[in-house]
Ligand binder design. Sequence first.
Ligand code: I3P
Length: 104
Amino acid sequence: IQGFLDRKHELQSTGKKAAVRSWKTFYTVLCGQLLCFFKDQEDFVSSKAATSPIIVFKAKCEKAFDYTKRKHVFRLCCTDGSEFLFLADTSKEMEEWVNKITFH
Ligand code: I3P
């Protein structure tokens, strides 16, 4: 699965609140057990990553029911303690991402 998602860093691996907390748009690609981030599809094709990938192996991924500021948001809790929110365009897209990340 791949496409544009907005991403917000909530917690660092230490469990501390992330310092940079604004939403950022990335062309996001799930590749095996890695979630990879690019500026756009062109950058993905030329393997020009925008930021480091997230390891989704054994991560917990589900709809962020408690985050009510925006719709179609899901949360990814990684085994290192870090946490991210992702904003999809539609609830269908959100469910697709959650399923693919959970059962990759
Ligand atoms: C953050 C930005 C985020 C906001 C976050 C702010 O400020 O406004 O959109 O999260 O709030 O810290 P900045 O752009 O200066 O980094 P929400 O959209 O979820 O409100 P937070 O620190 O309460 O998470």
